[in-house]
Write a protein that binds this ligand. Structure first.
Ligand code: FA5
Length: 348
């Protein structure tokens, strides 16, 4: 078969197969088979040199014409296939703008934040200012100035996270309670009267359990002035309990021990879940523990800058997570900071 005849055969085969092509991949393969560097047209063109000189011009022209015809047909088919692919994409990705939207998850306040705000509001109504004090403290502020020297057995009540410091430097720690705030507040006010609450995070190197977390909140309160008595402490905490749990709630003060208050007490309220008859939440005692408290120890008053012969004061410290657990019958404190939305969504 002459080269011209072979060219004609290739052209008609190429045009016929191009006609059936519907995908980009098949188009690419077709182009490489016929028009590529190693395609049929290029292969045949290498035989041009073997032709007699007189036949070459006509054959060359024919080559050019076939290549141009295939290029043109390819471009046309490519446009058709691309348009079809685009139409298909448009159809499959079409948006139904009449469908209802997906509801957004709305953020909400953490239950600890809610109770902290509730407690803060109650004390603000009673004339207490809200103060902040550092979460990282020195051993001196967290313990020593609160009447808890290094060898004091009461240190066992507060298992501590110490922060690494250079040898000989003062010991630094994550505060185990908000009580060092008492010293900060007194030193900022002395010898004027002070009446503040100090809400914030505390950290203890605790065995985590249903009632103990390593990180939790406390609300500290302190009032110092002249003629402040234990009756003021009682009146303040009973007033607080009535605002939090409703007027008429029964309260009681139990003797207790804290190195920085003397005398020291615990405030209990009647169990709100069983009305004092005894249940699982109050461990069948009928009472719920709400706050540690007491009259500020004379040494601590002195460390705060007040002369205990003239001034007196009371202090208290409570745990908002425990209060929230009791309010909502939550049986495990670990829910609070687990980040589980199923828990958090229950507090609107
Ligand atoms: C204190 O920390 C004292 N500083 C409180 C105080 C202040 C007494 C001022 C007198 C005057 P206590 O260790 O009992 O006391 O803690 C107080 C409250 O913090 C507890 O009643 C409890 O509600 C909460 N709490 C203590 N440890 C944890 C813990 N690991 N996880 C959750 N809450 C805790």
């Amino acid at each position: 078969m002459s080269i011209i005849d072979q060219l004609a055969a290739i052209e008609s085969a190429a045009l016929a197969s191009l006609h059936d092509i519907t995908t980009i991949d098949a188009l690419t393969a077709w182009k490489s088979d016929y028009l590529g560097k190693t395609g049929l047209i290029a292969k045949l063109s290498r035989e041009l040199g073997a032709l007699a000189a007189a036949d070459r011009p006509a054959a060359g022209q024919r080559f050019n014409a076939v290549r141009a015809s295939l290029d043109g047909a390819f471009a046309e088919r490519e446009a058709t296939v691309n348009a079809a692919a685009q139409g298909h994409a448009f159809a499959s990705e079409a948006l139904d703008v009449t469908l209802p939207g997906r509801p957004l998850t709305v953020g909400r306040l953490h239950p600890s934040t809610r109770v902290l705000r509730m407690i803060t509001n109650i004390f603000a109504e009673m004339g207490f200012q809200v103060w902040e004090s550092p979460e990282v403290e020195t051993d001196t502020l967290n313990f020593e100035l609160l009447n808890i020297p290094a060898d004091h057995p009461a240190r066992d009540m507060w298992d501590t996270f110490y922060i690494e410091t250079p040898p000989g430097a003062e010991k630094v720690l994550l505060r185990t309670h908000t009580s060092p705030g008492q010293i900060h507040a007194m030193r900022a006010h002395a010898p004027n009267p002070v009446r503040v609450i100090l809400p914030g995070k505390c950290f203890r190197y605790e065995q985590v359990s249903t009632r103990h977390e390593m990180m939790f909140h406390q609300v500290e309160g302190i009032a110092v002035g002249t003629n402040i008595t234990f009756s003021d402490l009682k009146g303040t905490l009973i007033g607080f309990a009535e605002r939090l749990y409703g007027s008429g709630i029964k309260t009681r003060f139990r003797p207790s021990y804290f190195p920085f208050t003397e005398p020291s007490v615990e405030l209990d309220v009647e169990c709100i879940l069983c009305s004092g008859t005894g249940c699982r939440i109050c461990k069948h005692s009928g009472w719920l523990e709400v706050s540690g408290a007491g009259m500020v120890h004379p040494d601590v008053l002195r460390n705060g800058g007040y002369d205990p012969a003239i001034y007196s004061g009371f202090a208290f410290g409570m745990g908002p997570e425990r209060i929230t657990m009791l309010r909502h019958g939550i049986d495990d404190i670990r829910w609070f900071f687990s980040g589980d939305e199923r828990f958090l969504q229950q507090f609107i």
